[in-house]
Design a protein around this ligand. Sequence first.
Ligand SMILES: [Zn+2]
Length: 245
Amino acid sequence: MATADLKVTLAGLLALQKVDQETRRIQQRIQEMPQILERRGERFRQSEARVATALARILDLKKQAGLAELEVKGKDAEIAKIQGAQGQSRTNEEFRAFGEHVTRLKKDTRAIEDRILEHLTQVESIERELIDLQSTRAALQKEVDVDLVQWKKDEAEYRAELAERAKHRAEQAKSIPAGPLSVYDRVLRVRDGKAMVPADSRICGGCSMSITANDYARLHTGNELVLCRSCERILYLAETTAASW
Ligand SMILES: [Zn+2]
């Protein structure tokens, strides 16, 4: 291959790499976005779980308060019954015994009423927290919805752009000889989208390994593709390709 031809080939490959790197960025964006959306969705689900926990707690406390109220009613009925019997007492001892029983029951009732009050105070406090929890949930829900709509739109645009780029790339690749093109394609695949690297200062621009004197001389002669012996990327000299741009 003549020097001028190789220069043109290298310049063509560099141009192709530019297109390929852009394409790769778009593909990565398409790939990453669902994960970003997923993380935001996870925040929404956590917020939803906190609302559910608060609601369940309120329900439980109200149920406990309801049961305690039934207990109070039972005690009140028992007290009324005993007070009725007390009225029929035949002796002072009997009267006193009924009286003591009523006192004990009333004390029990007060304890239960204290418990009810405690439950209801807790319900009020959780209900206040719930307002914040629900507004956070609503905000996150809105965020998730908006993100999803936006992403669907963006994704469609990205995919259309990729299709357009693929056509453009195929056209561009036609001007590059099959041999160098297949080397480029192979290296691009295994080297994370970076197949062409500058080799000025005798250092590989891809892996930073030194370039042998022999390879450096071959680069300057410019008769063949020179690959880095360490990372196998295609080396080029910025000074010699610059003229072809
Ligand atoms: Zn290298």
